[in-house]
Design a protein around this ligand. Structure first.
Ligand code: 6PG
Length: 288
């Protein structure tokens, strides 16, 4: 298979050669367990190194099972929740109690069950309106990562610049190649300065608030979670097709840290020549 440099039994390997990991699990349940073990792994690593774990959650349907599993004693007891800071890599322009809210999905599945201090849950304040919510979120991130500091003399916020580095960003991939709320041909793809932006998504005829690609790419680790046959064709295009980020925004994600693609066999059916995978790991060297 072009680009495959090796197959190894599954471990969370740290790989510094600019490659990314594609780990395929037989079914959604195994995929969810893999992702949950990875969240525990990265939380331990971050807390050991920095005393806290900044985690950005993704929305949509796929990660719900992951959040529910993380809420079970088996996994919840492995996480030091008081050191965890939870964010969202994107949010819909709906109230926090709306059925479409990414916050609501994570709250109901995990955050209402895990012993995480409320102050550690950083909800996108959509009640401010999309543009203001994006600006507020950007400030909240800036303060949390000390990119923004209050000048003692003037009391003004001083921006030291740079890209805050989340310890782990969870992402999904739409069957159109979008990730977070970075949709094909959307203005957000061109945003090179802001951490967070709000933009109208024509396809949805709705506003979305989203991390911009450079913020995601500043992360220590990014995990894409992709499940289901409906994603198979797009996963092949994104991983093995030509580099076309305006059409395939998921291809924009190439973090300074580690990039893991985690998929079930149904989603990964077109990225290898095997009808069924061992629960193993492929390491691809990304073509230039
Ligand atoms: C959202 C998500 C979005 C999602 C993809 C995949 O707000 O909808 O952040 O980027 O990850 O659309 O969604 P599924 O996992 O439900 O297919």
């Amino acid at each position: 298979m072009e680009g495959v440099v090796g197959v190894s039994p599954f471990v969370i390997q740290l790989n510094d050669e600019g490659t990314y990991h594609l780990n395929v699990q037989p079914d959604p349940q195994a995929l969810t367990r893999l992702a949950a073990s990875a969240v525990v792994f990265w939380s331990r690593k971050a807390i050991e190194r920095r005393g806290r774990f900044h985690l950005a959650l993704s929305g949509g349907g796929t990660p719900k099972q992951l959040y529910q599993l993380l809420a079970t004693p088996e996994f919840a007891q492995q996480i030091f929740w008081d050191r965890v800071q939870v964010w969202w890599s994107d949010e819909r322009d709906v109230p926090a109690d709306h059925a479409d809210s990414n916050y609501k999905m994570a709250h109901d599945a995990l955050l209402s069950k895990a012993p995480i201090p409320p102050a550690n849950v950083h909800r996108v304040r959509t009640e401010l309106g999309a543009q203001q919510a994006a600006a507020q979120y950007e400030t909240e991130i800036g303060l949390a990562f000390e990119r923004l500091r209050t000048d003692e003399a003037s009391g003004a916020l001083v921006d030291s610049g740079g890209w805050p580095s989340f310890d782990l960003v969870l992402l999904g991939m739409g069957d159109d190649g979008h990730t977070a709320s970075l949709f094909p041909h959307s203005p957000a793809l061109k945003e090179g300065e802001r951490l967070v932006t709000a933009h109208h998504v024509d396809k949805l005829n709705a506003m979305r608030i989203t991390f911009c690609a450079p913020l995601i790419n500043a992360a220590d680790a990014v995990i894409f979670l992709v499940s289901g046959a409906s994603k198979a064709a797009m996963l092949k295009r994104v991983l093995l097709g030509d580099y076309a980020p305006d059409e395939l925004p998921a291809q924009m994600i190439a973090p300074a840290g580690k990039l893991f693609w985690m998929a079930d066999a149904a989603a990964a059916a077109q990225v290898a020549d095997r009808p069924a995978y061992p629960a193993g790991e492929f390491i691809y060297r990304r073509s230039a």
